[in-house]
Write a protein that binds this ligand. Structure first.
Ligand SMILES: *[C@@H]1O[C@H](CO)[C@@H](O)[C@H](O)[C@H]1NC(C)=O
Ligand SMILES: *[C@@H]1O[C@H](CO)[C@@H](O)[C@H](O)[C@H]1NC(C)=O
Ligand SMILES: *[C@@H]1O[C@H](CO)[C@@H](O)[C@H](O)[C@H]1NC(C)=O
Length: 348
């Protein structure tokens, strides 16, 4: 991967310096992370790892310039502005499913299983797949031709004009929230979910979001990580360079595979996002926004968002909202069985 293509060294370094400064400034103004109030700043040590080129590039590109709307910088290339306009009522849940352009088989599996908008009775669900530009195809004409075909058939693709890479996930989430703000401003809740999961929309809607009750304004739930220590090992996928985040621990955050938040909170996250130092781990970033807003994620008990997989079993799975990871081939296989319902399962 050519990471600094198109960036002058100056631009890259400038970006890095600004990013670093921003981290320092915001850290300065924010005080301690921990509820106990104990200072948890990690002092810079001698062995501060030198940041990778990737970090520099990423910081140079992000955050979005403050004076422009993100959609001016990264336009929606595929869009469905009317998706949330429903004749009677308003959408209860907007599902934003994160896949990459090349993942058509995954999207098909989801469409026929948990992504089916009619799976949860009595509420309106709207499902869209969010993606950026393929980082793999240089001559993207054939892949975009396939996407167009797929979108004509299903009418559910949102494509934004940025490179869909691992390090751009924060941008992807923000663009999803931006879409909600612009085109789905009446939905009660928004779910950010990755494509590699098993989801139980019925349980999510009825037991977690409690469709029959008033929506809770500052609500966010999922699998919640607390007191996590940033990983400083460069080879790790969750590597966090010290110059991007220099505190000893992250504030609480909902893990990336799937979390659901109320629309008012999503709007607050979106608006504060420009003032929070950019980190590329999108779940951590949303956690930083929540911290800045003074909002704590609501635990979902008993544990219903599983992060470390589980063998399929109908009765167990009826008690979970989300199981990660879950292969799309298996999803297709188990879904008919899952839909038989839980009536034969023993009550706890
Ligand atoms: C979604 O579910 C409804 C009702 O269960 C069914 O009629 C429809 O065919 C499903 N759609 C897809 C794409 O599977
Ligand atoms: C993020 O997307 C932008 C816009 O397409 C691109 O220039 C940048 O290289 C991407 N960053 C990474 C780290 O992939
Ligand atoms: C079946 O699931 C519903 C909600 O998903 C729950 O209220 C009910 O108790 C479950 N029944 C059994 C027998 O587990």
């Amino acid at each position: 991967m050519r990471l600094i293509r198109g960036n002058s060294v100056l631009e890259v370094l400038l970006g890095a310096t600004c990013g670093g400064l921003l981290v320092l400034l915001v850290g300065w103004s924010r005080g301690a992370w921990m509820p106990s109030g104990k200072p948890t700043y990690s002092p810079r040590t001698e062995d501060t790892p030198t940041s990778t080129l990737e970090t520099f590039t990423w910081q140079a590109r992000f955050p979005l310039s403050l004076d422009r709307e993100p959609t001016q910088v990264f336009p929606f290339l595929l869009n469905h502005p009317d998706k949330c306009k429903v004749s009677r009522g308003v959408p209860f849940l907007l599902m934003l499913v994160m896949t990459q352009p090349q993942d058509q088989v995954v999207r098909d599996a989801i469409r026929y299983t948990w992504g089916n908008e009619t799976t949860a009775p009595r509420v309106i669900i709207r499902r869209l797949f969010l993606m950026g530009l393929s980082p793999f195809s240089s001559s993207s004409s054939s892949s975009s031709h396939h996407l167009l075909e797929e979108d004509e058939k299903h009418g559910d693709l949102l494509q934004v004009g940025f490179l869909d890479t691992y390090h751009n996930q924060t941008l992807k989430t923000l663009m999803g929230l931006q879409w909600m703000a612009q085109y789905c401003p009446t939905t009660h809740y928004v779910l950010k979910v990755n494509g590699n999961v098993f989801l139980n929309p019925r349980l999510l809607v009825q037991q977690i979001l409690k469709a029959e009750q008033q929506p809770r304004p500052d609500f966010i739930t999922g699998c919640i990580y607390r007191n996590r220590i940033p990983i400083q090992r460069q080879s790790h996928p969750w590597y966090m360079p010290l110059d991007m985040f220099s505190h000893a621990r992250y504030p609480p955050y909902c893990c990336s595979p799937g979390y659901v938040l109320s629309r008012p909170l999503a709007l607050k996250v979106l608006s504060i996002a420009r003032r929070v130092p950019a980190v590329h781990l999108e779940d951590v970033f949303v956690g930083l926004c929540l911290h800045q807003l003074g909002v704590e994620p609501t635990p979902s008990t008993p544990i219903t968002f599983l992060m470390f997989g589980r063998l399929y079993n109908r009765c167990d799975f009826h008690g979970f909202a989300l199981v990660h990871p879950f292969k799309h081939q298996e999803l297709i296989q188990v879904w008919p069985d899952f839909q038989k319902g839980n009536t034969t399962c023993p009550l706890e």
